[in-house]
Design a protein around this ligand. Structure first.
Ligand code: C5P
Length: 223
């Protein structure tokens, strides 16, 4: 069954906590990025994890040299179940994060996911990222990362990238506010994949109802 990941890009700690309280039963995972962490501190990751017991992925799109990536991964994976990084900086930078994830896994017996961006979902991604996205997907496959990010806004690209990465799970943003069509995407994604939905849930008039609606659409599609 395709899973639902909430992009919790609100910039207020109390709003974030109230939101997850209300809707966590309708979602499978929560993605936390810079808007929430920079406004509330990294501890918000632990707070949301403790409160919801959902999978929590930090979308920090880490893109630095290996030794700095290691430090970012150490701080992040102490609380989060996974971290999103860029691959265009080179495979050594991704491997540095994988090394830290492995160390945590050995220490905690708990899976820590390293998820790599291939192509972003916004219009500007066609400028520099799209031309190298297939290569990035090939690298993701070689590195055997735990997931890749690919766009729901371009179903034809999603199909191509999925073909390259094979059984590596896809997490796909772009449904809702960015205009991605849910049905087109659900025809491509499989049971280990996720759609990411942010504004269409947290900015809607009734976030609880919106999250419920998405969860039902996923259930309906999965039969
Ligand atoms: O609000 P919306 O549903 O557009 O949120 C999409 C989320 O996915 C945001 O957190 C955005 O930063 C993230 N994202 C994206 N495209 C990518 C990678 C991440 O939109 N390729």
């Amino acid at each position: 069954m395709v899973k639902l990941m909430l992009a919790l890009d609100v910039m207020d700690k109390n709003k974030a906590l109230t939101m997850v309280d209300e809707i966590s039963k309708y979602i499978d995972a929560i993605k936390i990025g810079y808007p929430l962490v920079l406004s509330s501190g990294l501890d918000i990751v632990k707070e949301i994890k403790d409160k919801t017991n959902k999978e929590v992925i930090c979308d920090f799109k880490v893109a630095d040299i290996p030794s700095t990536n290691e430090k970012i991964a150490k701080l992040t994976l102490n609380y989060a179940d996974g971290i999103i990084c860029h691959g265009f900086v080179g495979r050594d930078s991704v491997e540095a994060i994988q090394k830290i994830a492995k160390q945590y896994e050995i220490k905690t017996h708990h899976k820590k996911k390293v998820i790599m961006v291939t192509e972003m979902s916004h219009p500007g991604a066609v400028e520099f990222m799209q031309p190298i996205a297939d290569k990035l997907a090939e690298v993701a496959k070689i590195l055997n990362v735990d997931g890749i990010v690919a766009p729901s806004t371009r179903p034809e690209r999603l199909t191509k990238i999925k073909k390259i990465v094979g059984n590596i799970p896809i997490i796909s943003p772009g449904i809702g506010a960015q205009g991605g069509e849910l049905n087109a995407v659900l025809d491509i994604l499989g049971e280990d994949d996720y759609i990411i939905v942010g504004r269409a849930i947290y900015k809607s008039e009734n976030p609880k109802e919106s999250a419920y609606k998405y969860s039902m659409l996923l259930k309906g599609h999965n039969g």
